[in-house]
Design a protein around this ligand. Structure first.
Ligand code: SF4
Ligand code: SF4
Length: 130
């Protein structure tokens, strides 16, 4: 992930505009690798998953971080390692990088975080509901 917005610099650490740590490769303004995003940004399951549950996604997740709600799946944001393997496995295209979630589905970011810890883990494919 490339990023161009940066704030203060302390030692070898470059901070972004929101005061989150980044690391810099080369002088500021050249190529910056956003360490915070690389380490913590999660995938988010959004509305197209509702009622679907093809669950192809869970079979490829190396972190086993999908959780099964009553009507859709959720990704635990603290467990997702941001590998991207699940994205092409989702026929309705319900999975987005947190930063890329369409505006109309931004609430799903908080919903995934809220619901994943409350739901059972799912690691095996199930018959689709639709
Ligand atoms: S494949 Fe996509 S739509 Fe289907 S259960 Fe997984 S995240 Fe939901
Ligand atoms: S990005 Fe990787 S770790 Fe995160 S939910 Fe998808 S497959 Fe699992």
């Amino acid at each position: 992930m490339l990023a161009a917005n940066f704030g203060k610099i302390e030692g070898n650490v470059i901070f972004d505009a929101r005061n989150q740590p980044m690391i810099g490769i080369g002088p500021p303004g050249e190529v910056l690798l956003n360490l915070r995003k690389e380490l913590t940004m999660a995938m988010v399951v959004t509305e197209p998953c509702f009622g679907c549950k093809y669950t192809d996604c869970v079979t490829v997740c190396p972190a086993d971080c999908f959780y099964e709600g009553e009507s859709m799946l959720f990704i635990h944001p603290d467990e997702c390692i941001d590998c991207g393997a699940c994205v092409p496995e989702c026929p309705p295209q319900a999975i987005y990088y947190e930063d890329d979630v369409p505006e109309k589905w931004r609430d799903y970011i908080a919903l995934n975080r809220e619901m994943a810890p409350q739901c059972p883990n799912i690691t095996e494919k199930k018959a689709p509901l639709c």
